[in-house]
Design a binder for this molecule. Structure first.
Ligand code: SF4
Length: 241
């Protein structure tokens, strides 16, 4: 039977064999990031919904696990922002209860993190990953093109709150694009915010080369590195060679 909620296993450099699990229609998000690999956001939302029955999603995961080698990691991704799935916590809990040795992770844009229910749901994960590309409102808006109800300050506050409540690893990702979020003010601001937040890993990437976005200059790359290298947390540069 064709899989509805699962994608092909991926080889992830940090998480091993990774099984992506989807639970929202393509593409449901509170952002419409310029670089999004899923394409344009067609359902821009801040409302949590049970897009598909949680039992159906769990059953497909369960049936896959009975018939195949187990992955190292289950990636609760959704086709967009995972916090928008109102049954996220229940799904993570069911999977963890049945398959306790498998790492569960998700990657969120942090836009709903001031909602205590979202933070509680994300606490079911073993590793939580967040994207944060800017701490300057203008650069944040330009790159993320977010829903009108997303409050930039709430994203930063939500991350700080979650850090105090989640005692497992947090990874933060920043993606830099020429002409978007590379002002010195933003790069230094990000460094200061990350220094305060203290994630377990900070992963720094740049846009895949797009036709209409120039690659970062060596000067910009060197400036980013000069700032981030002084952080206390583990810093990983991906695609920065
Ligand atoms: S937050 Fe993630 S899923 Fe949403 S538009 Fe940005 S990159 Fe795409």
């Amino acid at each position: 039977m064709k899989k509805k909620y699962l994608s092909e296993i991926l080889d992830h450099p940090l998480l091993g064999k990774l099984l992506p699990v989807d639970f929202s229609p393509l593409k449901t998000c509170s952002f419409n990031c310029y670089y999004c690999s899923l394409g344009k956001t067609t359902k821009m939302s801040m409302e949590r919904e049970e897009f598909y029955p949680v039992q159906d999603v769990f059953q497909e995961v369960d049936s896959y696990m009975q018939k195949n080698d187990h992955p190292d990691t289950i990636f609760l991704t959704g086709s967009g922002e995972p916090a928008l799935y109102s049954k996220f916590g229940e799904l993570a809990r069911k999977i963890k209860k049945k398959y306790p040795s498998i790492t569960i992770t998700a990657y969120s844009n942090a836009s709903l993190l001031t909602d205590p229910e979202v933070r509680k749901d994300f606490c079911e994960c073993d590793i939580m990953q967040f994207n944060l590309n800017a701490v300057k409102a203008e650069e944040f808006r330009k790159l993320n093109r977010h829903h009108g109800n997303v409050k930039f300050e709430n994203v930063l506050d939500g991350l700080k709150k979650f850090r105090t409540e989640f005692n497992k690893p947090i990874w933060v990702h920043s993606i830099f694009g020429d002409n978007f979020n590379i002002s010195e003010e933003n790069i230094i601001g990000l460094r200061n915010f990350i220094s305060e937040l203290k994630p377990d890993k900070y992963i720094i990437r740049k846009f895949e080369i797009e036709d209409d976005v120039k690659p970062l200059t060596d000067e910009t790359i060197n400036f980013i590195k000069s700032q981030m290298d002084s952080l206390d947390c583990e810093c990983r540069y991906m695609g920065f060679n």
